[in-house]
Design a protein around this ligand. Structure first.
Ligand SMILES: *Cc1c(COP(=O)(O)O)cnc(C)c1O
Length: 226
């Protein structure tokens, strides 16, 4: 009987080094400084011990999609690791703004004035200033979060008039199509509005995103699964 072949398991540190290496290689190809690309580890649906392993390997930026899940999982992790910063990458309801500003250092999903107003109000109360990205519905899809392309200027101006720092533009391209044209389009819109930051790229496409100017990539699967 054949013995089971031992599969070499990649550790969290191996996966982190591999993703960082890919970011560095893509940045180099594009003539960019890899230090200009923030890696956000997307920890939605991951258990605390998996997250701890990445923190132990040196990862400090984490992203969650849901306020409720983040609230149940993160307070003890943040208390144990004060240098770790949490990013909100999912759709946000205005009635969660108070919790969001306390929990998240960066919010990638601001896509309407009413949400921005709620965040500004709650941030003032909580005496904090989370950075915000304006999320753009870059594929103009019905069910997708993000503002219409024609509304970017209005939202960017509103963030610039607010006390919250503008981190840049964020987008999630349509599924199952080549994402690069959408990344390029978002970069063009950002230039038009003098915006520097671009939150684009996930496990399947972060190298392309870095080559097209990503300043933040949001990577889940490639950091948490072999
Ligand atoms: C889940 C998620 C990611 C990470 O996706 P992976 O393919 O697992 O890397 C990035 N951005 C957003 C907005 C997500 O919801």
């Amino acid at each position: 009987m054949a013995l089971p072949i031992a599969q070499p398991m990649m550790s969290a540190a191996d996966r982190l080094a591999s993703v960082r290496g890919d970011i560095a290689a893509a940045a180099k190809l594009a003539g960019r400084d890899p230090a200009g690309v923030e890696l956000v580890a997307v920890s939605k649906s991951r258990a605390s011990d998996e997250i701890e392993a990445l923190i132990a390997a040196g990862q400090q930026e984490f992203g969650e999609s849901r306020v409720q899940e983040a609230l149940t999982k993160w307070p003890p992790l943040l208390a144990a690791h004060p240098d770790v910063r949490l990013h909100c990458i999912g759709r946000l309801q205005s009635n969660k703004a108070a919790e969001a500003v306390k929990l998240f250092e960066t919010i990638h999903s601001v896509d309407r004035l009413s949400l921005l107003d709620a965040l500004v109000r709650e941030a003032e109360k909580a005496r904090c200033t989370p950075r915000v990205y304006v999320q753009v519905n870059i594929g103009e899809e019905e069910q997708k979060g993000g503002c219409a392309i024609g509304e970017v200027g209005k939202l960017v101006d509103a963030v610039r008039r607010s006390p919250l720092p503008l981190a840049g533009l964020m987008a999630i391209p349509p599924l199952d199509v080549e994402p690069s044209p959408y990344f390029a389009l978002l970069a063009q819109i950002a230039r038009r509005h003098d915006v520097e930051g671009l939150s684009i790229g996930m496990s399947g496409d972060f190298k392309e995103a870095v080559m097209l100017g990503a300043t933040a990539v949001r990577v889940g699967t490639a950091l948490f699964e072999d």
